[in-house]
Design a protein around this ligand. Structure first.
Ligand SMILES: NC(=O)c1ccc[n+]([C@@H]2O[C@H](COP(=O)([O-])OP(=O)(O)OC[C@H]3O[C@@H](n4cnc5c(N)ncnc54)[C@H](O)[C@@H]3O)[C@@H](O)[C@H]2O)c1
Length: 262
């Protein structure tokens, strides 16, 4: 065997890295932000919510002994994203990691859907991810390295039985393919781009009134017979962002309890 310098646990070590997480005030983005801090990263937390969501995330990051920044911003605003990245770099250091989890979901039969319902969702879920990646990559290209994870959905791969959400499904398919495209644009310049496609996950998104009756069905339809917890998205995100995935780019990692096998 050749000379072994392998140190496997160190592959997942994020100390010395600076991350920006969108949608960090709730659900999947919130838990991933906390997880990144626990692995050693300093984290800028971006969300548009005005409640104590971001402060709640921040308190966990403080408890992990890492630095943080709370940024109230909307991912549909290119200038706000540029400002967020600039503030992150000024206050925490060179940006090397990003997770784009901000997103919304709603449903309506296609034949009844108003144009603005369609457009608003697309602006946040697809254009918002593009603008976030663009702002983040501009800094990462300057820094010579970076890793981006976009939160897509298994809805970008399959059509959820019983849910009339053509616009949402299309936005997530768009995130998956756009991320592969960005991965290839930046492949020679030190930036990796991957997606995580969660299956049904227990977050506020799934406790909105029109969804509550669906929860039991979601569990029954999932081969593992349950929804994911938000914590189950943290390991995949740390993996894809870290050196453990140094040869992984343009990949969509389904984290769906086996859903897409059936
Ligand atoms: N929960 C699920 O079952 C599930 C499954 C697959 C994919 N996803 C995806 O995971 C991501 C996170 O969802 P979640 O379930 O944690 O939802 P969530 O509602 O708990 O969190 C989403 C966060 O994004 C923020 N956000 C929404 N629009 C924004 C905007 N324009 N600018 C800035 N912040 C904005 C919200 O304020 C919220 O804090 C979404 O992209 C969602 O589509 C969720």
């Amino acid at each position: 065997m050749s000379d072994i310098t392998l140190n496997a646990p160190k592959l997942f070590d994020l100390r010395g890295q600076v991350a920006l997480v969108t949608g960090a005030g709730s659900g999947i983005g919130q838990r991933i932000a906390i997880g990144l801090a626990q692995c050693g990263a300093d984290v800028a937390l971006l969300d548009r919510r005005s409640d104590d969501g971001l402060a709640n995330t921040a308190s966990h990051i403080e408890a992990a002994g890492r630095r943080f920044l709370q940024i109230a911003a909307d991912v549909t605003s290119k200038s706000s994203l540029a400002e967020a990245v600039a503030r992150t770099e000024a206050e925490l250091g060179a940006l090397t990691l990003a997770v784009n989890a901000a997103g919304i979901a709603n449903a309506k039969p296609a034949e009844e859907m108003e144009e603005d319902q369609y457009q608003t969702l697309m602006d946040i879920n697809l254009k918002g991810v593009f603008l976030s990646c663009q702002a983040e990559a501009r800094a990462m290209l300057k820094n010579g390295r970076g890793s981006i994870v976009n939160i897509a959905s298994m809805s970008g791969v399959i059509v959820n039985r019983g849910l009339s959400q053509a616009h949402y499904n299309a936005s997530k398919a768009g995130v998956i393919h756009m991320s592969k495209s960005l991965a290839m644009e930046w492949v020679g310049r030190g930036i990796r781009v991957n997606t995580i496609s969660p299956g049904y996950t227990a977050t506020p998104m799934n406790t909105r009134p029109e969804m509550v009756h669906q929860t039991k069905l979601f569990e029954e339809q999932t081969p593992m017979q349950r929804m994911a917890t938000v914590d189950e998205m943290v390991g995949p995100a740390v993996f894809l962002l870290s050196n453990a995935a140094s040869f992984v780019t343009g990949v969509d990692l389904l984290v769906d309890g086996g859903f897409c096998c059936w």
